[in-house]
Design a protein around this ligand. Structure first.
Ligand code: GLY
Length: 376
């Protein structure tokens, strides 16, 4: 078990527990007298580790609520529903609210905990790769509102985030790939030799999957679960490494006044692609959109002579090899329209995060028109 702290100045304000299994969760819950667990229904139904988790919660007399999650359901109404359940079940200021699920669950339960009785303690057990490497670290909580993603929210740190790879064994390939994109993004921001290790691992995973399914005709779900299990240890090491990078960035800039913006690498283009896809009933998920977005950002860096020629192409090859790249059906003009609507545009300028090389990104403000001119 490894413990990674998030600091505010010299004070540790949150800890990430990177464990091999659920064995150490009871000791993390030990200090709390009344525990209220909100669990994603999908996790409860499909994750093989749920039995062990429920046992741990029952031993602590935890009250349990299941919620159904979706991007459409990430609303104030769902947060109110969680608050109403806490109230009905007598949660007081001493309560510990435990969120078990992916980023939608942790964002909403975190937000409910921040406003319930003006704020009670909360902790996360993230069950997706994306939430283990990104969403459940750093204290961003919130919901969607109007047509904007995560536009209402608070930054406040969970008491702890308990991560274990055992919870990922049944993660569908599509959800896993969203996490792969965020992990590679993290190592493009700060490498320490991990980018290549991660690219190699995800290349192996995708090759083995193809061999098992396409050549040996194995059942897709079974092959995927077996391959993930086989690579659990390496994956676990990389998850901890990504968590260390993010914990460092958040410790230096908790409220996103500067350096934390780097974590948006690939997201400005990526959100535009997701937005267009959603509007036109295409099916580009977060991971693929962010992967495409990182290649556009690298291309932009090349055009601005910040990155060496060929950098975008080599990044594209790496992402392609991990199953992440797909054809982007949208033109730069379509994407520009969507970017103009993005909440991050300030005074006509958009904050772009541009990679100069692996492990070296810079922030650069550009108008959408300048971007179109460079990339069209
Ligand atoms: N997901 C980006 C951040 O936490 O800042």
């Amino acid at each position: 078990m490894e413990q990674i702290n998030i600091y505010s100045g010299k004070k540790a304000i949150s800890r990430i527990v990177a464990a091999e299994s659920l064995r150490d969760l009871p000791s993390c819950l030990e200090p709390y007298r009344s525990i209220y667990a909100v669990i994603d229904g999908n996790v409860a139904r499909k994750c093989p580790a749920t039995g062990q988790l429920t046992e741990i919660l029952k031993n602590r007399n935890a009250k349990i609520k299941l919620i159904e999650t979706s991007e459409e359901g990430k609303t104030l109404e769902t947060v109110m529903d969680i608050c109403a359940w806490l109230l009905e079940n007598g949660a007081d200021r001493d309560a510990m609210i435990l969120a078990v699920g992916g980023g939608i669950t942790t964002d909403m339960v975190g937000f409910a905990s921040c406003i319930y009785k003006r704020g009670v303690r909360f902790a996360y057990v993230p069950t997706t790769l994306l939430s283990q490497v990104d969403a459940a670290i750093g204290g961003k909580t919130g919901v969607n509102f109007d047509k904007y993603k995560n536009i209402l929210g608070i930054i406040r740190q969970p008491a702890f985030t308990y991560m274990c790879p055992q919870l990922l064994d049944s993660l569908p390939q599509r959800d896993f790939l969203s996490g792969v994109a965020e992990m590679l993004k993290t190592f493009i921001i700060e490498d320490n030799g991990n980018y290549q290790k991660a690219a190699d691992l995800f290349f192996d995973i995708s090759s083995e999957y193809h061999v098992e399914v396409m050549m040996y005709g194995k059942d897709e779900k079974q092959a995927w679960a077996e391959i993930l299990k086989k690579h659990r240890r390496t994956l676990s090491g990389l998850i901890s490494a990504a968590a260390r990078v993010k914990a460092g960035v958040v410790s230096r800039d908790q409220f996103e006044d500067g350096e934390r913006r780097k974590l948006n690498l690939g997201h400005t283009f990526g959100h535009a692609i997701e937005y267009l896809s959603h509007k036109r009933h295409n099916d580009i998920d977060h991971g693929h959109a962010v992967a495409l977005g990182m290649v556009y950002a690298a291309d932009l860096a090349e055009k601005l002579e910040l990155a060496e020629p060929g950098f975008a192409a080599s990044l594209e090859r790496d992402l392609d090899a991990t199953l992440l790249l797909i054809y982007n059906p949208y033109s730069i003009h379509d994407m520009a329209e969507a970017m103009r609507k993005d909440k991050k545009a300030e005074n006509g300028k958009v904050h772009f995060v541009l990679p100069r090389a692996i492990g070296d990104v810079v922030m650069h403000d550009l108008t959408v028109d300048e971007v179109v001119e460079l990339l069209a």
